[in-house]
Design a protein around this ligand. Sequence first.
Ligand code: KIV
Length: 263
Amino acid sequence: MKTILDFLAFKKKNQKITMLTCYDYTFAKILNTSEIDTLLVGDSVAQVIHGYPTTLHATVSMMILHTQAVAKGAPDKFIVADMPFLSTRKGLRHAVESAGELMKAGANAIKIEGAAGHLKMIRHLVDSGIPVMGHLGLTPQSIHQLGGPKIQGRDEITADNILKDALALEKAGCFSLVLECIPEILSQKITETLKIPTIGIGAGPHTSGQVLVLQDMLGLNGAFNPKFLKKYAQESQSTLSATHSYVSEVRAGRFPTKEHSYE
Ligand code: KIV
């Protein structure tokens, strides 16, 4: 299993870090046998698995349940679990308890969106033995404050603020940093400035690694086609075609046959 030391070593060696989201036991078992470096139990679980419109609906108990399932299926993978919406905003004690529950559920690290108001808490978590991954740029928990899912850091002032936040998160003790939906020139600058590795999604090719939502990468969500996404399979089509064959065979009496029946 990878550790936070491998993340730093990967950056030094110029070796890309690979990360995918994972929310359940079945996919975790498959990914456990893959070469992927790390799995993210993202709060996107609220959208992808539970059908909510935003990540605001993820809760600590939801994150714990999915982290437990992924940890059972992928015992050999480094697992990062998201701190959900507002779980870092109810005081240090609540944040420590929530992070602790996620670690006991099987996470090896937690991820926190944004820097403002989080720096002391991150230092406290790190000093308490909990590795923290930062997340800047488009932070979906602030989607309403940001005015929608927009590319962040397009002008000089906001780009500079994101760079300053990245440096502050590194100083607070984060071992790595997700950069979501920012111009590639900015993610390159941040990656070159920081010692810790950056992991991009919609942040271009110059980050230290890449993360995608597993279901998006597999082409399970036909309607979701942002510029940054590459679909490596067309699983919604293969699921539909398998379902069509199943329904046709059952209706025609071609399944089950003797082959699938007990004597
Ligand atoms: O929850 C999630 O899926 C994430 C990734 C987009 C980085 O935070």
